[in-house]
Design a protein. Structure first.
Length: 287
């Protein structure tokens, strides 16, 4: 069975219950959510998120797993500003607690940006932070996301991710979230050689490390290092290649999450709506 969903929101009176309802409105059987706004550290108490009602609805509808995404403001790789690094450590610990409290076992994290200090320094800071946070009893796996290589981002190659794993004491608590747009923009040939990509990943990290797939087309050519998502079939990767990834037999148990752009209405271009119901249906039909 294809495990397919999208990013969903969480706001208003229904909070997490509304997130589940939004996912169901797209005919999704999994989804990804932030525990609060991705641009700041303001968070409601878990008791305010209507978690029991949301979990009950998930059980009723057969949704067994979902993914939490850590906010963009977390940057463990920052060696320039100590307060930024300490905030990242402190807030990531809280996000782990919140993810577990909501019932997710996967927290997707951008590895971070070295802000001009170089890859080696950035990786050293990332592993320093992870070693402060992760223990044998950590209830959630942190899934490091593959990045496009924009600016000073770390994680655009499997080798960089493998180095983080090797230097993290409790690396058993780490996973990887593959993003198709990011890998394409980083230079990986996801169109013609995805099997080769999986073989390379397996040698460096192991297929079992893949916890999720962000399924996105790209607005830029391979190797552009831009990170601009496109709707399925509207970018340089194309629907056929993305469908092959979605239905790849080695990834059948792994959630696929759409982060594609909202699209303008034909009769009201100023109003944009989510494309997820249609994109999910198209992927299922292609199976």
């Amino acid at each position: 069975m294809l495990l397919i969903g999208s990013h969903v929101g969480m706001s208003g009176k229904e909070m997490f219950l509304g997130s589940v309802k939004e996912a169901l409105s797209y005919n999704a059987n999994t989804f990804m959510v932030y525990t609060g706004a991705p641009q700041n550290t303001r968070r409601k108490e878990l008791s305010e998120l209507r978690i029991p009602e949301a979990r009950a609805l998930m059980r009723e509808e057969g949704i067994t797993q979902f993914i939490v995404h850590a906010p963009y403001i977390i940057n463990l790789a920052n060696a320039v500003n100590p307060s930024t690094f300490e905030l990242a450590v402190e807030f990531l610990e809280k996000e782990i607690t919140r993810s577990a409290g909501m019932g997710s076992h996967i927290l997707v994290l951008h590895p971070g940006s070295h802000v001009g200090e170089g890859k080696d320094t950035g990786i050293r800071k990332i592993t320093e932070g992870l070693n402060k946070i992760l223990t044998a009893d950590t209830p959630v796996h942190i899934a490091l996301e593959t990045m496009a290589g924009k600016g000073s981002e770390i994680g655009s190659t499997f080798e960089e991710l493998a180095e983080i794993y090797e230097k993290t004491v409790h690396s058993e608590k780490l996973k990887v979230c593959m993003d198709t747009c990011h890998m394409h923009d980083a230079g990986y040939d996801v169109i013609h050689n995805f099997d080769g990509i999986l073989t390379e990943f397996d040698k460096l990290l192991g297929i079992s490390r893949i916890a999720a797939i962000h399924l996105n087309d790209s607005k830029n050519p391979q190797g552009s290092r831009k990170d601009r998502h496109a709707n399925l079939g509207d970018g340089y990767i194309g629907f056929e290649a993305l469908s092959r990834i979605a239905h790849h037999p080695a990834l059948s148990d792994i959630p696929k999450i759409l982060e594609t752009p909202y699209i303008p209405l034909a009769d009201d271009p100023d109003k944009k709506v989510p494309p997820y119901r249609e994109e999910i249906a198209r992927l299922r039909d292609a199976g």
